[in-house]
Design a protein around this ligand. Structure first.
Ligand SMILES: [Zn+2]
Length: 365
């Protein structure tokens, strides 16, 4: 199959992608530049397959889901143009999905690790004692390239004074991150509040999820250390709902969540200005439906990021941070073809001309 037009193309595997005109041959052996006189099967604008660095395949609105629902999650994901995901904690083994014809590449972060009653029920592996964390991390790291730790959550044992609190002492986090790194795994940590962040930075985590409480100094530190941040703006939109649900019973926690919700626009602008490396992630599964990356991208756009920058984040930049190829000579042919320039108009992504996974176009639904 030949594509002719403009492609978000990397001249070298590690080089930044740039819009490039030309013709490319696309197939199971990958993507290769070719002579422009070959007749084209597809024309328009081509971008690397989108990537979602924070989703939960296998989790639906009711929690852990069966095989049919899991397949539906994978299909909705691919039909949104997302051809690779980091599954950021799921209680069910989703490795069977990779055998489907319609499935994203999956980078697994194993199961969430939390403490008893300190995360969503039924999802995490629970550490009876905080000191168990390094051992639990080592167990997950034996079979997953990423680890997902819950860094903070409401501690309801404090009654009406309950607030968002860290789950782990700093020393335990330091040992846990070292255990993951020794096993060759990277560490992503759920963190809503500010008080967790210094411990995470000291422990040397690789990626902070949500990061709504991260202040300016912490963001500068994260940028200097190369710590990744996944801002999950769709999820932050729900903080006022979380506050309403906590309501009268947990007024302190409700206030904490409401404050972060009220400041979410300024906070995202601060993260962008800090130079911290931001990953595109939807938090699909649970609160968000699967296949919602365009909604997440629109929020980044609404918060002031140019469409081209949003597109870069959703494609080659997040791919690079996760160790996934973008589009370069000989790379796997995972791409999305659009009629209009998505760097001008993100909504072109709502109706792709073709979604090509591993060199084969997806049959239309
Ligand atoms: Zn999540």
């Amino acid at each position: 199959m030949i594509f002719a037009g403009r492609m978000l193309w990397s001249p070298e595997p590690d080089a930044d992608a740039e819009w490039t005109s030309g013709s490319w041959r696309i197939g199971a052996t990958g993507i290769h530049r070719c002579d422009s006189d070959a007749p084209a099967d597809l024309t328009g604008y081509a971008i690397p397959g989108l990537v979602d660095s924070h989703c939960h395949l296998g989790i639906g609105p009711e929690g852990p889901a069966g095989p049919d629902a899991r397949r539906a999650h994978a299909e909705a994901t691919v039909r949104s143009g997302v051809l690779a995901v980091r599954d950021c904690g799921s209680p069910v083994d989703c490795s069977d999905l990779e055998d489907l014809t319609v499935a994203p590449r999956i980078i697994s972060a194993g199961r969430h690790i939390a403490r008893p009653r300190r995360y969503i029920r039924d999802l995490p592996i629970e550490a009876e004692k905080p000191a168990d964390l390094p051992r639990l991390v080592a167990e997950q790291a034996a079979s997953h390239p990423w680890i997902k730790i819950v860094g903070d959550w409401i501690d309801r044992s404090n009654g009406a004074d309950s607030d968002l609190d860290p789950l782990w002492p700093r020393e335990v986090l330091i040992d846990a991150v070292a255990a993951a790194h020794d096993a060759g795994a990277r560490v992503a940590v759920h963190s809503f509040g500010r008080r967790t962040v210094d411990d995470l930075l000291s422990a040397g985590v690789d990626d902070i999820e949500h990061a709504t409480g991260m202040d300016e100094d912490q963001a500068a530190e994260a940028a200097a250390r190369g710590v990744l941040v996944t801002p999950t703006l769709l999820q932050v939109e729900l903080f006022s709902d979380f506050a309403d649900q906590a309501g009268a019973k947990y007024p302190v926690y409700a206030r904490t969540m409401r404050e972060m919700h009220a400041l979410r626009r300024e906070h995202f602008a601060m993260l962008v200005d800090s130079g911290v490396r931001l990953l595109m992630g939807t938090d699909s599964g649970g609160y968000q439906e699967h296949g919602t990356i365009l909604r997440e991208m629109r929020l980044w756009r609404e918060r002031g990021l140019p469409a081209g920058d949003v597109l870069d984040a959703a494609t080659w930049r997040t791919r690079r941070e996760l160790g996934l190829p973008a589009l370069h000579e000989g790379a796997p042919a995972d791409l999305v073809v659009l009629a209009d320039d998505p760097a001008e108009r993100l909504d072109a992504l709502a109706a792709p001309t073709a979604i090509i996974a591993r060199g084969a176009p997806l049959a239309s639904a």
